[in-house]
Structures are given as structure tokens and as C-alpha cells.
Design a protein around this ligand. Sequence first.
Ligand SMILES: *[C@@H]1O[C@H](CO)[C@@H](O)[C@H](O)[C@H]1NC(C)=O
Ligand SMILES: *[C@@H]1O[C@H](CO)[C@@H](O)[C@H](O)[C@H]1NC(C)=O
Length: 408
Amino acid sequence: MAAGTAAGAWVLILGLWGSVVGGQNITAHIGEPLVLNCRGAPRKPPQQLEWKLNTGRTEAWKVLSPQGSPWESVARVLPNGSLLLPAVGIQDEGTFRCRAMSRRGKEAKSNYRVRVYEIPGKPEIVDPASELTVGVPTKVGTCVSEGSYPAGTLSWHLDGKPLIPDGKGVLVKEETRRHPESGLFTLQSELIVTLAQGDAAGPTFFCSFSPALPRHRALNTAPIQPIVRSGRIPSSESVPLEVQLLIEPEGGVVSQGGTVTLTCEASAQPPSQIHWIKDGIPLPLPPSPVLLIPEAGPQDEGAYSCVATHPSQGTKESPAVNVIIETGEEGRAAGSVGGSGLGTLALALGILGGLGLAALLIGAIMWRKRQHRGEERKAPENQEEEEERAELNQSEEPDAAESGAGGP
Ligand SMILES: *[C@@H]1O[C@H](CO)[C@@H](O)[C@H](O)[C@H]1NC(C)=O
Ligand SMILES: *[C@@H]1O[C@H](CO)[C@@H](O)[C@H](O)[C@H]1NC(C)=O
């Protein structure tokens, strides 16, 4: 029964020996020495201990003991039982185990999982964009990190926030290469963005290298600040600059003291600067798309045009429009300005002439009618007069009455 228990204990120990129990994770800097201690081992020979390692250099388990010879320049057991790797390399990643017997005959085990690392140089943005155009996919730059192990990752940040590739506005092309001898990684990340209207005017980009190992700090590139160009400039370059001048009241005829509003409309964006010209002479006014003439007088008459000055498309003058002031008595002054004014004046004069003629005719008819009715009404009046006269003159002219009454 005791023998059976002992056998069971051995099976348990062997089982534990084969698995990762009490494992310790070690990260070692590539190229530097690494010492792994064998727990429970006597500090000095003679010792009963054995190192077993399974790494990138071993085909199966490699066994090293204090009595045996060192494993080339790769590893050897030190006099105090620890294992020394003079210069750790990528191939030394793996599992390291030690089993030792203490002087009192107690067995102890050590178990290490070794990983190696290399910190890359500071990442850099090569070919940084000097300007971005709104609405146009533009390469911001290529972020390059050289000499990392493990590979790690690159990420882009805009105004301090991580840029998540979405396949539309944010596109990232990544490439990972490995140095054939050192085994270290070179990472590349090309960022292509399509800025939307209203995105930050002065965006700040930077790229960050994040190590694959915990408790290792991220490394950031220097920031870049490309200039943002409005996307509307290239689209409007193909459209010629159109300049239109609108006048209110329509036709440009305004009575003296009235208000004239001239509005200049230029097609291109950003808005053009508008200057005004009257009868070929530039008006000394600050640039404005609207020219207001309140209380218009004869001095405001003339041919007006506007000139649009666009930052990328040069200048263009609108067709001229005439402003005509109608004064009550001196309508003829307006006639000298333009054809349309003359026509309007002629029409007005024509109407006035017509009205005058009509008034004359009506007057004449009325007068004639009045005359006629006056004649008609004269008879009874005369009759009455005669009767009155007859009454009055009864005594005076009895002969006449008598003669009149008894004439027939
Ligand atoms: C060691 O690393 C492995 C995976 O890398 C993890 O599962 C384990 O918990 C780690 N052990 C310790 C003691 O940190
Ligand atoms: C054994 O010796 C090495 C080198 O002198 C030392 O770094 C290590 O800590 C020692 N191990 C123990 C368990 O004292």
C-alpha cells in the first residue's frame, strides 16, 4: 500500500514536470545576457540539477547539467546552478525548466517562459502631405517603424483621437517586412483620408507605434499639420466666372427721390470682391455686392456695371445697366440717356398727348352740348319773360296784348 502511494506521488511529480506549473514569464532584451535561477539548488557544487530547454534553437528538449559542457555560446550552467544566456536572440524564445535536489533531498522545480523584445527606433512619417483637399482622397503620409520585435502595430491619430479605418474617409494600407538576418520587423502604414466639409481646418496627424508586449510604452512620431484646401476651388475652376448685374426697380427708371438697388452676382466660390463702375469710371466705394442709391437725383443717372475679382479666376465685368431718373417737369433729360428711357418717355408723352387730345375733344363735345341745351332752354325762358313783361306792361302796351291775342 505504501509502495502504491509512492508510485502515485512519482506519477504526479512527473506529470507536473511535464506541464507549466508555477511558470514565470520573462521578457529579455535582445542582445543582452539573461540569467535564470534554479530554485532549490545548492549554491555550490556538487549539485543534483538539470536544465531542460525547448526554444527556437532546439529540435526537442535540450538538457544541460553542471557537469556537462556548455552549449556552444548559447547557454551554460553557472557554478551556482543558474543558467546563463550570454546574448539573448529571437531563437532563444521558448520554455526553460530546472529540476534540482536540495542537500536535504527535497526536489524543487523552476519553470520559465522566455520572450524577447526589441524596441524600434522612433517611428517617422515619410512623404508627409503639405496640403489636403476637402472631398479628395489624399495621402497624408507613410508611417515607418524599423527594428521592432515582436512586430507591434502602427496607428494613426487625428487631433489626438485614434483614426479608425472605415474604407471610406479613412483608408490605411499596411505592410510588414522582416529583416532576413536580424528577424526584426519593419512596419509601414500609409494613411489616405478624405476630409469632409466642416472637418477641422488645421488638422494635426501623428502616428504611434504600440508594442505587442505589455508594460511597454507606445512611441509617437512628430505631428504633421497639412494645410486644408477647400474642395470647391478645383470644381469651380472648370466653370467660367459669370457676373450678372440686377437692378431694382426693373428697367432702371426711377422717379427723382426714389431708391435704386444694384446687385452684382458672381458665380464662383469663394465669393469674389465686387467693385462698381459708373460711366466707365470706377466708383470710390469699398467692395460690396450691393450698390444702393437712396434719394436718386439727376447726378445718379448713368451706365452702371460691376467688376468681380476672384482669387483664382481673375476679374470679370458685368454688362452695364442704365439708371434713369424721371423728374416731373424736365422729362427730356432722361431721354438723352438710353434707348429704353427714350422709349418710355415717348410712350409717356404719347399717353399724355392722347389724354390731352381726348380732354380737348370731350371739352368740345361738352361745350357744344351745353350750347345746344342752352338754346333749347331759352324758349320757355323767353316765354316766361314775355308773360312777365306782358303782365308788367299790361297797362303800358294793351295794344300789343290785344293785338297778340286777337291777331288771327
Ligand atoms: C505568462 O504568459 C501567458 C501567455 O503569454 C499567460 O497565459 C500567463 O498567465 C502568464 N503567466 C504569468 C505568471 O504571468
Ligand atoms: C548565480 O550567479 C549569477 C552570476 O554571478 C547571478 O547573476 C545570479 O543571481 C546567481 N544566482 C543565485 C540564485 O544567486
